[in-house]
Design a protein around this ligand. Structure first.
Ligand code: NZQ
Ligand code: ZN
Length: 402
């Protein structure tokens, strides 16, 4: 196991009916901007529930900013940042999924980058900050979250991803200043999700775990056991929720698993990959494919293309997650065992109704070069746990994924 510091200050408030805790969680005299997406927060009544909780006590001033897109857009978020300055907002409350929470983290970080003597945020400075991952920013507005879709883990991490369509970019950022002060995880809020989004969430969480697990062994028994446990829960509960969407125990387990998949714990002290995600971001940016679906298209080909360097962890994954190779009489060779585990992974994604190839997403070989060009433009040329996945490797991964 490598040296590490693990720090995660997020207070998680978990369970049915916990939105009312906002009355105690948000500072009494805060000037709050509630941020939300394209309409689900209003339709489901969650927005009203949040507003009632905020105005049930204290002297809070409450403002709203809606319309944050799935794959949140830079230009939309800068309007929210301007509003933060116009109304002297000192607390952001994100009500939604990864897009709203990521977008609100970005707003919290760039709101201070105003033009001289103006409340307007400099678009240039904000773009500059994003291209360097917002790591250099040293102030941020406080924020909290009410999670409505278990998927990204954004509710308990300090990262995010921002789309800038005009520049054909979808870029990651991260800064410890934007760990949410708290996140409310009420599993009943996920009951209104379309099946597509529930399945996306299972797949996104699954691949988050794989990015931090399927690398090479460093004898990190805690991280490996946690990661394998999360994968097995996602397999079991992912199928269960498809068969019975009303089961609250399943919903609770999925919600907490998705959070644990990307709150830093299983990724601390171990090598991490993220090749699948970096290629996936370009697929979303170029073809507007849901984030999670880009991952299920790419991951199996990453596993096949990199099976030599990932061999030890692929064998561990086959045995400990899929219980393969348990029967000594019918033991298979390692090559076969690895391919069986990859095939199991693909079959799981298919069972959730998710694509496992570019063809499944109605794309063909011609989609590959534009993605490679984007990877190069975004300096994604040394990907993976060994930083050795260059553009040629990414090209081969995509060729396998056709
Ligand atoms: O916009 P509204 O109307 O709210 O609808 C949303 C959206 O269309 C809908 N939805 C959310 N909660 C709902 C609901 N519909 C009905 N009932 C509810 N309770 O679901 C759609 C998808 O929402 P979104 O927030 O986009 O989904 P997700 O949570 O999967 O977030 C995806 C974004 O997160 C980024 C992705 O790149 C993508 O931009 N990621 C963030 C990460 C992080 N911060 O750590 C890591 C991830 O790898 C990922 O990159
Ligand atoms: Zn993801």
């Amino acid at each position: 196991m490598n040296n590490f510091q693990y720090y995660n200050p997020v207070r998680i408030v978990f369970g049915e009916g916990q939105i009312e805790q906002l009355a105690d969680l948000v500072p009494n005299n805060a000037r709050v901007l509630i941020t939300y997406g394209g309409g689900s927060a209003q339709r489901t009544g969650t927005l009203d529930e949040v507003k009632n909780a905020l105005t049930s006590n204290g002297e809070r001033s409450v403002f709203e900013f809606g319309g944050i897109e799935a794959n949140p857009e830079f230009t939309t978020l800068l309007k929210a940042a301007d509003m933060v300055n116009e109304h002297n907002i000192d607390f952001l409350l994100a009500v939604g999924g990864g897009s709203v929470i990521d977008g609100s983290k970005f707003v919290a970080l760039v709101a201070g980058l105003t033009e001289a003597d103006s409340t307007t945020v400099s678009r240039e400075q904000a773009w500059e900050a994003l291209t360097s991952g917002c790591r250099s920013l040293d102030t941020a507005i406080e924020l909290g979250a009410v999670l409505t879709i278990p998927a990204t883990g954004s509710e308990m991490n300090s990262g995010g991803v921002i789309n800038y369509s005009e520049r054909s970019a979808k870029l990651p950022f991260g800064n410890p200043l934007v760990f949410p002060k708290f996140s409310i995880l009420d599993p009943t809020k996920t009951l209104t999700l379309p099946e597509r989004q529930v399945m996306n969430g299972v797949a996104d969480a699954f691949v988050h775990v794989m990015e931090q697990y399927l690398t090479y062994p460093v004898n990190a028994k805690v991280q490996d056991a946690f990661a394998e446990g999360l994968l097995k829960i996602l397999i079991e509960e992912g199928i269960a929720v498809k068969n019975d969407p009303t089961n609250m125990d399943t919903r609770k387990n999925l919600m907490w698993t998705a959070t644990m998949a990307l709150n830093g714990l299983i990724g601390t002290g171990v090598p991490q990959d993220w090749t699948t995600h970096m290629i996936g971001h370009e697929l979303t940016s170029l073809h507007a494919i849901d984030h999670a679906r880009t991952l299920t298209i790419v991951l199996p080909s990453v596993m096949r293309e990199l099976k030599d360097s990932k061999k030890d962890k692929l064998l561990q994954y086959a045995r400990n997650v899929w219980n393969l190779d348990t029967d000594a009489e019918n033991a298979v060779d390692e090559e076969t065992l690895i391919e069986q585990a990859i095939a199991k992974t693909e079959a799981f994604f298919r069972e959730l109704g998710l694509p496992v190839s570019l063809t499944d997403a109605e794309l063909d070989e011609s989609a590959i070069e534009p993605i490679i060009k984007q990877l190069e433009a975004h300096k994604m040329v040394k990907l993976g746990e060994h930083r050795s996945n260059d553009l040629e490797v990414s090209r081969r991964i995509l060729q396998r994924a056709v």
